[in-house]
Design a protein around this ligand. Structure first.
Ligand code: TUI
Length: 310
């Protein structure tokens, strides 16, 4: 059941930094990879040219393996896939759709493919399409989420698949990693905790809001569009809730959402912007370097695993 994710990805720790659009840029990605995890570049806000520039910047900062995330709803997904293959990026993760039609291209480029799957059926399809491992992501995650919790999703995906499973959603410390390991996960994807890394260039207001967050501070908006997104509840989220309660047309919701993530990440407007965050934000309470985060996560995980008895 357990697989060697470190061997598969050529990394030191089985810790994968979750891609966060506008947020996981070369600064964070290279810091995570340099510290022995897998840094993942988000490209949901980039075109192919921006993506290649970011890849080159990562390579100037580290010679360790890293990944590029392809947000499959992006209008630039086709050209980003082409660029990623040309650049011979070692690993891709995908989100918000199925990467099936690109898998052959990735294989030819020698790129490992780790799609996010929010259900057993989707995970099985991804295995059949040739994924190297899947990221089973529960709805505790920040950003675009499925319907099932990590606790329920991970063991069901593990049982249904023969490829390694990486758990995501609700993990921010060694206890979460150990719990996911018990469910059969071979690796751990962590987003919200890395959002407050010192090397993360997100606006300070965004970091401070995550550090201040309590367990019940997130909500999901946009379910009526088919793409529910987990965010910190704020003025924008309340506007979404109001529109959805009144069955507003999806164009109106799209208009409200346009530019909202950039507003929070770049401008620091955490009331009118989209502050995407996982439910575990309540556990994230200090800024540390990516290296400190990884070392602390792994030490805690190792200690728990060593002392685990029935
Ligand atoms: O993709 C994410 N998280 C994201 S993407 C994003 S940008 C965005 N903004 C507004 C609306 C939508 C996206 C912000 N956060 N996580 C991975 C993820 N993938 N979550 C759920 C899925 C997913 C959903 C359906 C993966 C595959 C899938 O397959 C559907 C199918 O039929 O193949």
């Amino acid at each position: 059941m357990y697989a060697d994710i470190c061997g598969l990805l050529n990394i030191q720790y089985p810790i994968i930094q979750g891609a966060m659009a506008w947020i996981s840029d070369p600064s964070l990605v290279s810091a995570v990879s340099e510290a022995g995890g897998l840094g993942v570049l988000a490209t949901g806000h980039l075109d192919a040219e921006g993506c290649v520039k970011a890849i080159k910047e990562i390579r100037e900062r580290t010679d360790k393996p890293f990944a590029v995330n392809i947000m499959l709803l992006s209008q630039f997904a086709d050209e980003i896939v082409k660029a990623v293959c040309e650049q011979k990026v070692p690993v891709v993760t995908t989100g918000a759709g199925s990467p099936g039609k690109y898998i052959q291209m990735f294989k030819e480029a020698g790129t490992k493919v780790l799609p996010v799957a929010p259900s057993v059926a989707i995970a099985k399809r991804m295995e059949k399409d040739g994924a190297d491992a899947v990221i089973a992501e529960g709805c505790e995650s920040g950003g675009h989420v499925g319907k099932i919790t990590t606790m329920a999703l991970v063991p069901q995906v593990v049982d249904a698949l023969n490829i390694p499973v990486i758990a995501a959603g609700g993990i921010a410390d060694g206890r979460g990693m150990a719990a996911a390991r018990m469910l059969g996960a071979s690796g751990f994807q962590i987003g919200t905790r890395f959002l407050v890394a010192k090397e993360c260039t997100v606006h300070q207001n965004y970091k401070d809001r995550i550090i201040k967050a309590k367990d019940i501070d997130t909500t999901t908006t946009g379910a009526s569009t088919g793409h529910p997104v987990r965010v910190i509840r704020n003025k924008l989220a309340r506007k979404f809730e109001e529109l959805e309660k009144n069955n507003a047309p999806s164009e109106e919701l799209d208009k409200l959402g346009r530019g909202a993530l950039r507003r929070a990440v770049v401008e620091g407007d955490i009331e009118n912007g989209s502050v995407m965050s996982g439910q575990i934000a309540g556990l994230v309470n200090k800024e540390q370097t990516a290296e400190e985060i990884i070392k602390e996560l792994y030490e805690q995980y190792k200690e728990i695993m060593k002392n685990t008895a029935i």
